[in-house]
Design a protein around this ligand. Structure first.
Ligand code: DCP
Ligand code: CA
Ligand code: CA
Length: 369
C-alpha cells in the first residue's frame, strides 16, 4: 500500500514574528510578546519571544518580571499581545497553505496539517520539494518563516516539524520512522504531558524506544486500554488519523479574567468590548453572520452564569455585538448581586451568506471557542 505524505506546517515564533512584520526596525532586538494581567505593572506571562530573546532564556509561559530580569542589559522590546492582528495574518497564511494541500486541517492559530499524497504522487522526494516551495511562497507572500515536518502521518509529521526550528524542514520517510523516533524522549509524543511523562519515568520508560518495547499488559494496567494502545502505536510511528477539515463550530466564544473582581458596568465593559473585538476579528474575513449573542459571567464564588439574546435578523455588526453584550451585562448586574471575576462573550446560531458558503469552515479551525 502506498504511504501517505503528510505535512505539519508551524510558523516560527508566531506572535513575535508578526510584531517584526509590522515593525521591521525591531527585528534585531530581543522581542517579548506578553499577556499583561494588569494587576500590577509587570504581572502576567510571556506569550512568546523571538529567537534572539530565547537565547537569553526567555520562554512562553514565563512570568514577565523574570523575562525582564533575563533581558536587563539587552536592548529588548516588550509588547502586549494583539490577537486581532495575529488572526488576520494567520488567515492569510492559511489561505496560502490551502493552495498546497489535497486535504487541509488547521489545528491552531499558527499550524496546520496538509495531506499532499496525491499531488506528491506518494513520493517523499516530491513531498520535500512541495515543502520547499511552500516555504518560499509563505516567505514571498506573507514575509514569514515556518518549520515543516513531512512524514507518513500526523504524529510523526508533528514531531518532525519540532525537530529543526526556526525555518526548518525535516523529512521522515516510512523507512526512517522507527529509527527517527527511537532515541527521542517520550515527551515529544502528542498526549504525553508532564504528568504522563513522570508516570512513564517511574516505569523506567524514558525514550520512545523504551515505550515501544514496554509490556503491553503492564501499560494497559497503568493507563487503561485506549491510552495504552495509543501510546504503543504512536511509539512505533503508527497513526491512521486523517487530515480533514474540522466540523463546523456551532459557537465562538472568548473569555477573560478581569483585573479585579467587580460589579461596575463601565469597568466590566472595557473587557467585554475587547472580547467582542476579538470575536469580530475572528469571523470578519469569513463574513459570518449570527443571530444569538450571549454573555458568560463567572462570579467570585466561581459559579457560572449565562444570558443570551436572539436577534430577529442575523448580524455581523460589531456595534450590535457590543451593544447586546452591554445590554445583557447591565441586566445581569441589575438582577443579581454577584461580583464578576471572569467575563465571556459568545456568538452562536450562525447564518451563512450565500456567496461565501465554501469559506464558512475556514474560520472555525482557528477559533478557540
Ligand atoms: N502561545 C501563548 N502561550 C503559550 C504558547 C504559545 O500565548 N504558552 C502563543 C504565542 C505563540 C503561538 O501561540 O506565538 C504559537 O505557539 P507555538 O507553540 O507554535 O510557539 P511559537 O510559534 O511562538 O514558537 P516556535 O517557533 O517554537 O513555534
Ligand atoms: Ca509556532
Ligand atoms: Ca504552533
Amino acid at each position: 500500500m502506498q504511504s501517505r505524505v503528510v505535512m505539519l506546517v508551524d510558523l516560527d515564533y508566531f506572535f513575535a514574528q508578526c510584531e517584526e512584520l509590522r515593525n521591521p526596525s525591531i527585528k534585531d532586538r530581543p522581542i517579548v510578546v506578553c499577556v499583561y494581567s494588569g494587576r500590577t505593572e509587570d504581572s502576567g506571562a510571556v506569550s512568546t519571544a523571538n529567537y534572539i530573546a530565547r537565547e537569553y532564556g526567555v520562554k512562553s509561559g514565563m512570568p514577565i518580571f523574570l523575562a525582564k530580569k533575563k533581558l536587563e542589559s539587552a536592548n529588548s522590546v516588550f509588547l502586549p499581545v494583539d490577537y486581532v492582528f495575529y488572526e488576520e495574518i494567520s488567515g492569510q497564511v492559511m489561505d496560502t497553505l490551502k493552495g498546497f494541500a489535497d486535504h487541509f486541517e488547521q489545528v491552531g492559530i499558527d499550524e496546520a496539517y496538509l495531506d499532499v499524497t496525491q499531488r506528491a504522487n506518494g513520493s517523499f522526494e516530491e513531498g520535500q520539494k512541495l515543502a520547499v516551495s511552500l516555504k518560499s511562497e509563505v516567505l514571498r507572500r506573507q514575509k514569514l518563516t515556518c518549520s515543516i515536518g513531512v512524514a507518513p502521518n500526523k504524529i510523526v509529521a508533528k514531531i518532525a516539524a519540532d525537530t529543526k526550528k526556526p525555518d526548518g524542514l525535516t523529512v521522515v520517510t516510512p523507512e526512517q520512522v522507527t529509527v527517527f523516533l527511537a532515541p527521542l524522549p517520550v515527551s515529544r509524543l502528542i498526549g504525553v504531558g508532564t504528568k504522563t511523562r513522570e508516570r512513564m519515568q517511574a516505569l523506567g520508560i524514558n525514550t520512545i524506544f523504551d515505550l515501544s518495547n514496554y509490556d503491553m499488559q503492564k501499560l494497559i494496567a497503568v493507563f487503561g486500554k485506549t491510552l495504552a494502545m495509543y501510546f504503543h502505536d504512536a511509539s512505533l510511528g503508527m497513526d491512521d488519523e486523517l487530515v480533514q477539515e474540522r466540523g463546523e463550530a456551532t459557537s465562538i466564544s472568548r473569555i477573560s479574567t478581569l483585573k479585579h473582581d467587580s460589579r461596575v458596568l463601565s469597568f466590566i465593559l472595557e473587557k467585554a468590548d475587547q472580547l467582542c473585538d476579538e470575536i469580530h476579528a475572528t469571523i470578519a474575513k469569513d463574513r459570518i453572520e449570527y443571530k444569538t449573542i450571549g454573555i458568560i459571567v463567572i462570579t467570585t464564588d466561581m459559579s457560572v452564569h449565562t444570558r443570551s439574546k436572539t436577534l430577529e435578523n442575523p448580524t455581523d455588526s460589531l456595534e450590535t455585538l457590543k451593544g447586546t453584550a452591554k445590554e445583557l451585562l447591565e441586566k445581569f448586574l441589575y438582577q443579581t448581586e454577584y461580583e464578576a471575576r471572569r467575563i465571556g462573550v459568545k456568538i452562536s446560531n450562525f447564518a451563512r451568506e450565500q456567496k461565501n458558503q465554501t469559506q464558512l469552515t475556514s474560520f472555525i479551525k482557528g477559533s478557540k471557542g
